[in-house]
Design a protein around this ligand. Structure first.
Ligand code: FAD
Ligand code: NA7
Length: 461
């Protein structure tokens, strides 16, 4: 029988990359011989770990009637170099036993992330098919009450915790705009969240609204899988790539008449389908106002000390709430820091000191010019700030920032070919191998098919 030495209890909400990073951080402490670990329960709505990286064919509601979490689609490949998300303590070489290309498909990246986790050790903390319904904090007992629905037993569970870690992601609840006449559009209208298989749009004229990652990638997917034409409509700034024939950018759609879209430059065009790539809402229906993070998708949400501790109540921790450049390695660093705070290894600064620190970062954040280059350096500085506080293995954050900037240039040079570029690992120095044929021609993206390709040793200029 397990003896619980600590009276502390921690709830982790979500078992995607953030929640898993938190579980793994505690597991690392346990393996290093720590005995004063808290009791942990991780509640996960889905039936498995992996979060966004679990591909689901479902849209709308899942088998339990819960909103489908997944926004990933078939044929999704990493949209950034794998060298920028490589773990310091688990390299791609170690996982795959050989060099692979820099931009792997979803299933390959998922295999890597999962490979680092001792699934047996970690799954025992997780209650699957348990969506969190409500979280409350009691000022007197200084404890949270967490209420979940356990779909496996069809019962409600209520437990008390000292800490709650919110790791539920923020790319699942569509931000869906309205345009006059869209209610009478005769074709399919969907949000990126519900986009699954680009083949649905073969030979179709597709309107993509939005100008960020989803718009860029879903438009490219539609091109790759045979759409007849793709028009990308931007609100603020065009993406600005040199698009292949059949793709173009236009300013914002103003309204629809039948299947005809009218754009703000006075032009018009008829479409078969409209895909709203208009981003996501931060949605925490299980949190009362006083515990709820209120933010848009940005580089440093307000009210989060060190980007993780909720300022009004630092027993509440949020992971992965920034807009993303760095992903898995950054989530690891956040989780490591959160663990040290929970274990009491780090003394928490008083509210005034924390507020002053938040202000420094928010002031810097307000001065960013919105360019990717500045955002990347800002996020690198943030990670380095956290790294200095913890004993997580150092990793070459700045070198990875330079790779991100190269990635931007490579996308600019050839949006349909950037995934053929290769970069050296900042962890092992291994040079990525090249795809044996153009990305546009590799249409089967399964793990087996990808790993059976004859990767080519990269030529060094
Ligand atoms: P998530 O992965 O979203 O996991 C959150 C978990 O919380 C889920 O398992 C969910 O089921 C669970 N959950 C939610 N609500 C509840 C609840 N009420 N109760 C219990 N559990 C709940 N990143 C990259 O590094 N490279 C990429 O190429 C890339 N491509 C992307 C493409 C798309 C289309 C999207 C949407 C994101 C992409 N990302 C990419 C970013 C991705 O969000 C992160 O890689 C990562 O998944 C974030 O991890 P997370 O754990 O914070 O959130
Ligand atoms: P983002 O990066 O939050 O971008 C949202 C985009 O949607 C952005 O271009 C917005 O334009 C645009 N938007 C938002 N509302 C509207 C309306 N009303 N009309 C027109 N355009 C609008 O979300 P993404 O889905 O692209 O990316 C999220 C993650 O998914 C990311 O990490 C990827 O890896 C995958 P704006 O520039 O604000 O004018």
């Amino acid at each position: 029988e397990e003896i619980i030495l600590s009276s502390k209890r921690v709830a982790i909400l979500g078992a995607g990359p953030s929640g898993l990073a938190q579980l793994r951080a505690f597991e690392a402490a346990r393996q290093s011989g720590r005995e004063d670990l808290p009791e942990i329960i991780c509640y996960e709505k889905q039936a498995d770990i992996g979060g966004m990286w679990n591909y689901t064919w479902r849209t709308g509601l899942d088998k339990n009637g819960e909103p489908v979490h997944g926004s990933m689609y078939r044929y999704l490949w990493s949209n950034g170099p794998k060298e920028c998300l490589e773990f310091a303590d688990y390299s791609f070489d170690e996982h795959f036993g050989r060099a692979i290309p820099s931009y792997p498909p979803r299933a390959v990246l998922k295999d890597y992330i999962m490979g680092r986790i001792d699934q047996q050790a970690i799954k025992k903390y997780i209650r699957f098919e348990c969506p969190v319904r409500w979280v409350e904090y009691d000022d007197d007992s200084k404890k949270f009450t967490v209420t979940v629905t356990n779909h496996k037993t069809n019962t409600q569970e209520v437990e008390e915790f000292d800490y709650v870690v919110v790791a539920t992601g923020h790319f699942s609840t569509p931000n869906m705009p309205f345009f006059k006449g869209i209610d009478k559009f005769p074709g399919r209208v969907l949000h990126a969240h519900d986009f699954r298989d680009a083949l649905e749009f073969e030979n179709k004229d597709v309107l993509v609204v939005g100008s960020s990652y989803s718009a860029e990638d879903i438009a490219s997917q539609c091109f790759k899988y045979g759409a007849q034409s793709i028009t990308i409509s931007y609100r603020s700034q065009p993406i600005g790539h040199t698009w292949p024939e059949g793709m173009e950018e236009r300013p914002l759609v103003t309204h629809f008449e039948g299947n005809i879209a009218h754009f703000s430059d006075g032009s018009t065009k008829g479409f078969d389908a409209v895909i709203m790539c208009t981003g996501y809402l931060f949605h925490f229906p299980f949190l009362p106002d006083e515990l709820r993070l209120i933010t848009e998708n940005c580089m440093y949400p307000n009210n989060l000390y060190k980007g993780v501790l909720f300022q009004p109540n630092p027993q509440l921790i949020y992971l992965g709430m920034h807009d993303q450049y760095y992903t898995f390695n950054k989530l690891d660093v956040q989780a490591w820091y959160a663990r040290d705070i929970i274990l009491g290894d780090k003394v928490l600064a008083d509210a005034k000191t924390r507020q002053a620190d938040i202000k420094i970062w928010r002031d810097r954040h307000d001065k960013l010019d919105g360019s990717d280059e500045q955002n990347i350096d800002f996020q690198a500085d943030y990670i380095l700030d956290l790294l200095a506080l913890i004993d997580y293995p150092d990793f070459p954050v700045r070198e990875q920032a330079e790779l991100f900037k190269q990635w931007l240039r490579d996308k600019q040079e050839n949006i349909m070919g950037y995934r053929e570029k290769t970069y050296p690992s900042t962890i092992t120095n291994t040079m990525a191998t090249e795809l044996p044929k153009p990305w546009l021609e590799i249409k089967d993206d399964s793990l087996e098919s990808f790993m059976s390709l004859d990767f080519v040793e990269a030529t060094v200029d």
